[in-house]
Design a protein around this ligand. Structure first.
Ligand code: URA
Length: 410
């Protein structure tokens, strides 16, 4: 097959066959198709889309680029959650250990930051020593011992998504329904799950800007999941303001620790329990109790140790990663917060160094925003609307005007 012709075929709005899609995915994974061609192809998919059949073929090809996990006979049900990506979305850090408190296994494969949204793997790597690259033997052993692991795509599991995800992050090709479906579902299907819940976000800080687009994305992912025998539930959740009060890698770990210790912000805690309820057989009250009484916190600590992380740093993670500059963004008038634009805040976080602008960029774990006011809260003139954590004066001065624009007070 001729790669330029396949790019042109999609560019001109034609459907690709299963063999053509497989050829592209395998060629890219093996390194035979270079990034510039795959970027052009991803952009063609972004503009032209893929129908349900093409999307299924892409998902299967990506899933089959590596191994599908196998479990011992009579092992507990395998359950998991995945989000389509949001700003301040640290749900997985709490939800994975919460679900693992059931008689269930949670084999979570996550991603890194994508576009303006943060990634679970980058957040986890802000914990000193935390290893997101377990091989499947070690990962399965950990499941047997503590019921949960949190890893990334590897050269063995979903290598196609590992490469395509990193490419999409820096080529403006993230918000494509087909590419999101295939990326999310190839990972979840490689986990060989019994039940899955999808957190499908819509709003300024999400890839789907409207509820209708999110509904379409949810039904496309559900069709693929159910078609492969995974009971797939979903929740549509708004993403116009950041989730919780912190954005940035270590800052989000600190907020997740608050939730794990039963004292996190209400919006975040509620979403975690809402999602847990959709995939767990445990009653809501018991799930809530497991966040309050330290059960989930203990599970999280066991997981951190099991994956070589230094759990003694968890309660002082923002001291481990302290940005040299921490400045308030002050309210220019008194009133109620009417808007706290998640998209601009997410972009500011990337510009501060919390996300990547090229695939080689190193993440700065310390930067971001904390103590972000929520929509509906009262503020006084001059009161901090958030604290901005920056590495340099230059990056601070770049994001301040953007952050002023992100907020409206009435
Ligand atoms: N999460 C993923 O794993 N992939 C996407 O494309 C978006 C969110």
């Amino acid at each position: 097959m001729h790669v330029p012709s396949l790019i042109e075929k999609k560019r001109d709005g034609h459907k690709l066959t299963a063999e053509e899609i497989k050829f592209l995915v395998e060629g890219f994974t093996d390194g035979d198709i270079p990034e510039y061609q795959m970027s052009a192809w991803a952009m063609a998919v972004f503009f032209r889309g893929m129908n349900a059949v093409e999307t299924k073929h892409l998902t299967e090809a990506m899933m089959n680029s590596g191994r599908v996990l196998k479990y011992p006979k009579d092992s507990p049900p395998k359950i998991d959650k995945h989000s389509t990506g949001g700003v301040g979305d640290k749900v997985s850090l709490v939800l994975a250990p919460l679900l693992a408190c059931d008689d269930a296994w949670v084999p979570m494969i996550s991603g890194r930051g994508l576009g303006i949204t943060g990634g679970t793997l980058d957040k986890l790597e802000s914990i000193p020593g935390f290893n997101v690259n377990l091989d499947d033997r070690r990962a399965l052993k950990q499941l047997d011992k503590i019921g949960v692991f949190m890893i990334g795509q590897t050269s063995d599991i979903c290598p196609a998504d590992k490469k395509l995800y990193a490419l999409r992050d820096v080529t403006g090709t993230v918000p494509s329904q087909a590419l999101i479906v295939a990326s999310v579902m190839s990972k979840k299907l490689a986990e060989n799950l019994d039940r899955l819940v999808l957190d499908v976000k819509f709003g300024s800080g999400a890839f789907m800007k409207t509820r209708k687009e999110a509904e379409q994305l949810a039904s496309a992912m559900t069709e693929v999941g159910e078609g492969m025998g995974v009971t797939t539930a979903h929740l549509l959740s708004p993403m116009d303001e950041p989730l919780g009060r912190n954005v940035g890698n270590a800052l989000e770990v600190a907020e997740a620790v608050e939730v794990l210790q039963g004292r996190g912000p209400d919006d975040l805690t509620k979403l975690i329990v809402d999602l847990a309820e959709k995939v767990s057989k445990t009653p809501r009250k018991k799930l809530q109790a497991r966040l309050k009484d330290g059960t989930t916190w203990k599970k999280f600590i066991s997981m951190v140790y099991a994956q070589d992380g230094d759990a003694t740093t968890l309660e002082k993670i923002t001291e481990e990663h302290r940005a040299p500059i921490v400045e308030p963004l002050k309210a220019k008038k008194r009133g109620k917060v009417k808007k706290m634009d998640a998209e601009l805040i997410g972009r500011a976080s990337v510009l501060l160094g919390g996300g990547r602008q090229t695939s080689e960029d190193q993440i700065d774990f310390a930067v971001g925003m904390s103590a972000i006011k929520k929509i509906g809260e009262d503020v006084d003139l001059g009161e901090p609307l958030m604290m901005v954590h920056a590495r340099t004066e230059t990056s601070l001065n770049t994001v301040l005007p953007m952050l002023q624009k992100a907020v409206a007070i009435q």
